[in-house]
Design a protein. Structure first.
Length: 291
């Protein structure tokens, strides 16, 4: 079967449409010659019109017509084979597309399961930690020191941590009166090849002077979308008008404090060792020699 397909593909590679056009041209010239000699006006031709022609002329016409029909037959056979092959390829392509779609769906399902398990584990660990802290306070404090508001705050802090995984913070985005913030942030993300659904809001009190712009908290549909934005945010530096825009995760106050210390440490190392590159990775300052 494989050898037959290879032979068919070789025939298709040799298939020449110019030759088909030549056959069509020969047919047109043959008809034109017959019409002229028979005074044929293009209407239905009668047999008696051929009676006036001698045998050599009729034999020549018959030979030419036979040659044209044989060539047409060969081209029709080749085209039939081409159509069958194209149908086979189309079916194969469709099956390949369906197979790839199933693989993508399966991969997404596995990623969602993994993400769901990770989120669930994180939430459970945080709840357990907060509940242990609450239990310790409960044991060591007087009844008057414990209130429903304390327990409510613990749960609220856990929910906030979960919500932060779907947020990013955008710094350096110009602030204007009456701005369409969702559209403005969306245009920034488009520049790095992303176009996720989002909801954006300025955070903090607006300064009296217009030289300082408040950061923007952007809520996305999932933590996966957040990771995609953070991964591609470095490309903003390649855009001249967006070089001052910076995208970061939505960190907790403790995380922001730790990050601030890391930034200060990186600046200090940069001043002490200007011949090396310094960067923050996995919660610590790393340094490498410049190439």
């Amino acid at each position: 079967m494989g050898e037959e397909l290879n032979a068919s593909y070789c025939r298709l590679q040799r298939f020449d449409l110019d030759g088909l056009e030549d056959v069509v041209g020969c047919q047109a010239r043959w008809l034109e010659e017959v019409q002229q000699k028979l005074n044929w006006d293009g209407e239905e031709i009668e047999t008696k019109k051929f009676a006036g022609q001698n045998k050599p002329v009729l034999a020549e016409w018959l030979a030419e017509a036979t040659d044209i029909m044989c060539r047409q037959r060969d081209y029709m056979s080749d085209m039939k084979e081409m159509i069958e092959l194209l149908k086979t390829e189309a079916i194969g392509d469709k099956e390949a597309v369906i197979r790839l779609q199933n693989e993508v769906l399966q991969s997404k399902e596995e990623q969602l399961k993994s993400l769901r398990a990770a989120v669930q584990t994180t939430v459970q660990d945080t709840v357990q930690t907060e509940m242990r802290s609450y239990g310790e306070v409960l044991k060591s404090s007087t009844p008057a020191a414990i209130s429903p508001a304390t327990f409510k705050k613990v749960v609220k802090d856990v929910m906030k941590d979960e919500d932060r995984s779907k947020n990013v913070i955008v710094f350096g985005l110009a602030e204007e009166d009456g701005e369409q913030l969702n559209e403005k942030v969306g245009n920034v993300f488009v520049e790095i090849g992303e176009k996720p659904p989002l909801a954006a809001v300025r955070i903090g009190r607006r300064p009296e002077t217009g030289t300082v712009w408040r950061p923007v908290k952007v809520t996305l549909t999932s933590s996966t979308a957040v990771q995609q934005i953070l991964t591609r945010a470095r490309f903003l530096k390649q855009q001249e008008r967006l070089k001052s825009v910076y995208v970061s995760p939505d960190r907790t106050p403790a995380e922001r404090s730790a990050r601030r210390l890391l930034v200060e440490e990186r600046k200090k190392k940069a001043a002490e060792e200007p011949g090396r590159n310094h960067f923050i990775k996995e919660g610590k300052v790393c340094s490498v020699d410049k190439t």
